[in-house]
Write a protein that binds this ligand. Structure first.
Ligand SMILES: Nc1ncnc2c1ncn2[C@@H]1O[C@H](COP(=O)(O)OP(=O)(O)O)[C@@H](O)[C@H]1O
Ligand SMILES: N[C@@H](CC(=O)OP(=O)(O)O)C(=O)O
Length: 575
């Protein structure tokens, strides 16, 4: 090995790094801002240093990158705590969702926000502007039936062009930044119209235009402001995925590949990387893939792990992860701390705020994730780490996942038959269908099916496919298909399940709601209740009021406090 480059992150918080003479955050457009953000260029390949985090070692001979993982202490990261980073290292990843970059004004705001952290050397991940992804999908659906000659007139195409060219004009940038992509998009839609077909593969290619355009515009904006930035298409820099179009998984090879590329470019010519969220490249097909809706969160955490960054920040349009979906209950409040397990469960069971898989790389790399509001920078947001003090935690958040399908499966064999559960689950495995919640007895199983998986496999659209599942199951059981159900997930401390369930059932009984299935399972943080869709929102509202707005939790906390004091005195033990 001729030389080794080390990427590492020292999580040790300390006093903020001196700003080399700059007392206040620099203004956008200030050349000094770039100096502060990018720092001085250091020799490309440095000796390997001791420390925690992920170390990336470059072998000059094989041009390969070896990623070594070392354990790191769990400490909440602090803004401005880059004491362990040298200027040759990127420090944080900041992801901005569609709502954060929805217009020229918003892009300016985000640029200003990034520059207000002069001590950071960030990697920026961007989603498509505003509702661009939805518009692209709608344009694709319409193109299937509108005829090639009418494609140019599609409202959605007009909207997308006006949004992007309008933004470029307002920012004083050159239209050529995206004009090639815009022509290519129109060509693609004409192709779809000619073929009268929109495959999942084409769908991914189609939606990729959103992130490809937003990142080009934003990189040009930063450059215009005198802050050197470099645009990257994720599918060109090593985001390798499975070939499951519309719902691809990131493969391990991604980590060393993107670490090598982003770090390598940074040390040779520092410029803030602006990376497309949501996109990857299928390892077999070589085609553009997407990571599932909201997948830019996963792009950000993947980069965080790959580079061993100090912190992953996801900037949204809400003050962090909230006690429930604010669209269901306006009194939803920010949750200050979460564990990776809680956040993953919350996301998996339907909280739109985070992508369901996004916690995995952060947990593996043990990198804190901060959810912040780009519209309200001062709000503290939510800090997600490996562990937190759960001793006072009862309920953290309530999540709703609607329109799920539930199956009641009762064995036709005699009681005591072994292998029933195995047979049922092998049918789901064969059909590649993922199951959310399960409740079992010796001869019956109730389970719910993941709607997103069903959707992506188009099983719901093609009812006969779901019939096929039932046909297979009916060989061994009597099956009842129950549609239009909802899962209400109570995310919190399952150690206190009796307390949570006592309160929850009280609320549900008062509201005349019958719970159709309960699943607590092995999860330490989630109790799931299945109710009918028509009752679900009202249930969440009532539960939220009871747990978070009635003084219940402070009351319980007092009891828990008394308990722990009494217990530590060895006098009373009351649970
Ligand atoms: N528990 C929750 N906490 C916060 N936001 C939630 C929650 N459940 C649903 N949401 C919705 O998620 C939205 C933020 O997620 P998303 O739209 O994916 O953001 P972005 O596009 O900025 O990444 C919020 O505007 C809110 O409406
Ligand atoms: N643009 C993609 C990816 C994404 O992550 O978006 P957002 O960050 O706005 O949720 C989507 O709409 O799904």
């Amino acid at each position: 090995m001729a030389a080794a480059a080390a990427l590492r992150c020292n999580p040790r918080p300390s006093a903020a790094v001196a700003l080399r003479g700059a007392a206040a955050a620099p203004q956008v457009g200030n050349e000094a801002a770039f100096e502060l953000l990018v720092g001085a260029t250091e020799p490309c390949l440095r000796g390997r240093r001791r420390g925690a985090g992920i170390r990336c070692q470059r072998s000059a001979a094989a041009s390969a990158v070896v990623v070594e993982k070392k354990s790191r202490a769990v400490e909440p990261a602090r803004e401005g705590a880059n004491a362990g980073h040298t200027e040759s290292e990127l420090t944080v990843v900041m992801k901005f969702g569609g709502s954060s970059v929805a217009s020229a004004e918003r892009m300016r705001e985000v640029a200003d926000l990034i520059l207000s952290f002069p001590e950071e050397r960030p990697v920026i991940v961007l989603s498509a502007m505003g509702k661009t992804t939805n518009k692209l999908l709608m344009a694709g659906e319409k193109a299937v039936g509108c005829g090639a000659t009418n494609v140019s007139e599609l409202d959605e195409l007009t909207f997308i062009k006006e949004l992007h060219f309008g933004t470029i004009d307002q920012l004083g940038l050159d239209r050529s930044i995206v004009s090639g992509l815009s022509d290519e998009l129109e060509q693609l839609l004409k192709g779809i119209a000619m073929m009268k077909e929109l495959t999942l593969r084409t769908r991914d290619y189609l939606v990729s235009f959103g992130e490809c355009m937003s990142t080009r515009i934003f990189a040009a904006l930063l450059n215009k402001l005198g802050v050197k930035a470099r645009q990257y298409d994720a599918f060109e820099i090593g985001f390798i995925t499975t070939d499951d179009f519309t719902n691809a998984d990131i493969l391990e090879a991604t980590y060393p590949a993107i670490a090598k590329r982003l770090h390598g470019d940074w040390v040779t010519g520092p410029a803030i990387p602006i990376v497309t969220g949501f996109l990857g490249k299928g390892w077999k097909t070589g085609a553009i893939t997407t990571l599932g809706r909201g997948g830019s969160d996963l792009t950000a955490t993947t980069i965080g792990k790959a580079l061993g960054l100090r912190e992953i920040q996801v900037w949204k349009d809400v003050d962090g992860v909230l006690t429930c979906d604010p669209n269901i209950h306006p009194n939803a409040k920010p949750v200050p701390y979460l564990t990776f397990d809680e956040a993953a469960e919350l996301a998996y069971f339907g909280a739109q705020v985070l992508h369901p898989q996004s916690m995995r790389p952060a947990r593996e790399g043990d990198i804190p994730v901060r959810v912040k509001n780009s519209y309200n920078r001062r709000a503290p947001g939510t800090l997600i780490t490996k562990a937190r003090d759960m001793s006072k935690t009862v309920l953290t958040s309530i999540v709703l996942k609607s329109n799920i399908t539930m199956l009641d499966i009762v064995s036709t064999r005699m009681l005591g038959q072994y292998g029933f559960l195995a047979k049922v689950f092998s049918i789901f495995e064969d059909l590649g269908i993922s199951v959310d919640c399960v409740a079992t007895s010796e001869v019956s199983i109730s389970l719910t099916l993941d709607p997103s998986k069903l959707w992506s496999r188009e099983l719901i659209k093609q009812a006969n496919e779901l019939d096929h599942v039932i046909e297979e199951l009916e060989k061994i059981a009597v099956v009842h298909l129950l549609q239009h159900r909802s899962i209400i997930s109570l995310i919190g401390n399952v150690q206190r399940s009796s307390l949570i369930l006592e309160k929850a059932f009280n609320v549900l009984r008062t509201n005349g709601v019958n719970v159709q299935m309960i699943s607590q399972g092995a999860s330490k943080v989630n109790i799931s209740l299945v109710v009918h869709d028509s009752e679900a929102k009202q249930c969440v509202q009532a539960l939220h009021s009871a747990f978070f707005e009635s003084g219940f939790l402070p009351e319980v906390n007092d009891i828990l406090q008394d308990d722990s004091v009494a217990h530590s005195n060895g006098t009373v033990y009351r649970h």
